[in-house]
Design a protein around this ligand. Structure first.
Ligand SMILES: *Cc1c(COP(=O)(O)O)cnc(C)c1O
Length: 312
C-alpha cells in the first residue's frame, strides 16, 4: 500500500516564544479524505490481513459518532469489500432522522448497519456474542471497537518513521487518546537509531476516568518482546471536558480561537481536547524550555457538523 507523506506545519505564537518552544502540527488528517489520520494507520495492516484470509466483509462496532465506523466503511469500499457496522442504540433503527452524519456517510459508502440495544452492545466481546457473529458472518473479518488490536498498534511503524524523517530531533509528542492503541503504537516506534532517549509522548484522554486504559496500553506495548524499546509515555486524564463527545464553554471558545489563529480545522471530540491540553501544559510550565514539540492532528473532521468532508 503506497502512502503519501502528510505535511508537518510549524506554527508560531508569542506563548511559544516566551517559553522557547518550537511547535509543529502533523497534519495527518490529510492522509486520506475519509480515512483520516490514525484510523488509516490502525486499519491498514488489518486490511491486508483480511485480504490474505480471503475475507470479503469488514465487520466492526461503534457508536453513532464513531470515526472508526466511518473509516472502516470507506476503507472497505476502497478495497472492494463489503462492510458491516454493529451500532449501539436500537432506537436508531426506525428513526433515520436521528442518524449522525457519520452513519449517513457510512451507509453511503456501502456499510450495512445493524442496530443493537445498549444492553446487547455491552455483550459484544463475550464468547457467545462473538461466536454467534462468526456464524452469522463467516465471510467477515471482525475488528474490535475502535479498530484497536495488535495489528492496529503495528500500523504506526511507518508513521513514526515518517515523522522521524520530517523532524529527527523532536522531544515531545502530543496525541489524543480514545482506546490508547494509537498512543501505544507511537510509543512503540518513536525511537529511531539516531534519536535521543529523553523523548516523551503525552496522550490526552478524550473520555472521563480514563485511567482504566493504562493496563491495556501497557499490554499492547509488552505484547512483542522483539521490540522492547518503547518510549516514555504519560496519559493525561483531566482534559475530558465532561466525557466522551462532551464539551465545555472553555473548550468551545478555545477551539474557535485555535481555528481562527492557525487556520487549521479541528474536531471537538479528540484534537480539540488534545490542543487545549497542550496550551494548558505550557501555561502550567510543565513543558521544559527549548523543547521541540509535535502535535499530531489525528483527524476526526468527518464527524464535525455536516457530512461533507473538508479536503484540502
Ligand atoms: C479514534 C481517534 C482517536 C483515538 O485513537 P485511539 O487509538 O482509539 O486512542 C484520536 N483522534 C481521532 C481524530 C480519532 O478519530
Amino acid at each position: 500500500m503506497k502512502e503519501n507523506t502528510t505535511p508537518l506545519l510549524k506554527i508560531n505564537h508569542p506563548l511559544f516564544l516566551k517559553h522557547k518552544l518550537e511547535v509543529w502540527v502533523k497534519l495527518d488528517y490529510l492522509r486520506h479524505s475519509e480515512v483520516q489520520g490514525n484510523k488509516w494507520h490502525k486499519l491498514k495492516l488489518n486490511m491486508q490481513r483480511a485480504i490474505q484470509l480471503n475475507k470479503t466483509n469488514l465487520l466492526t462496532f461503534g457508536g453513532a459518532y464513531s470515526n472508526h465506523i466511518a473509516a472502516t466503511a470507506a476503507m472497505a469500499k476502497a478495497y472492494g469489500l463489503q462492510s458491516t457496522g454493529i451500532i449501539r442504540g436500537d432506537e436508531l433503527a426506525k428513526n433515520r432522522s436521528k442518524w449522525s452524519p457519520t452513519l449517513i456517510r457510512a451507509e453511503q459508502n456501502g456499510m450495512t448497519l445493524r442496530f443493537v440495544s445498549r444492553q446487547d452492545y455491552r455483550m459484544k466481546s463475550t464468547p457467545q456474542f462473538t461466536s454467534q457473529l462468526s456464524q452469522d458472518f463467516p465471510e467477515a473479518y471482525i475488528l474490535p471497537e475502535g479498530g484497536s488490536n495488535t495489528l492496529a498498534v503495528e500500523g504506526f511503524r511507518d508513521f513514526m518513521q515518517e515523522i522521524n524523517q520530517q523532524l529527527p530531533d523532536w522531544d515531545y509528542l502530543f496525541t489524543a487518546v480514545g482506546t490508547g492503541a494509537s498512543l501505544a503504537g507511537m510509543s512503540k516506534f518513536a525511537n529511531s537509531q539516531t534519536s535521543h532517549k529523553n523523548r516523551k509522548l503525552i496522550g490526552v484522554a478524550a473520555l472521563k476516568n480514563a485511567d482504566y486504559l493504562k493496563p491495556q496500553i501497557k499490554a499492547w506495548l509488552e505484547s512483542d518482546s522483539t521490540h522492547p524499546q518503547q518510549t516514555q509515555w504519560e496519559l493525561k486524564t483531566q482534559y475530558h471536558h465532561g466525557g466522551y463527545a462532551k464539551s465545555s464553554p472553555e473548550l468551545d471558545k478555545f477551539m474557535r480561537w485555535f481555528e481562527h489563529q492557525f487556520q487549521i480545522p479541528i474536531d471537538p471530540i479528540y484534537t480539540g481536547k488534545m490542543l487545549y491540553a497542550f496550551f494548558q501544559e505550557i501555561q502550567q510550565k510543565r513543558i521544559p524550555n527549548n523543547s521541540k514539540i509535535l502535535l499530531i492532528h489525528t483527524g476526526g473532521l468527518q464527524g464535525k457538523t455536516n457530512n461533507k468532508v473538508k479536503v484540502k
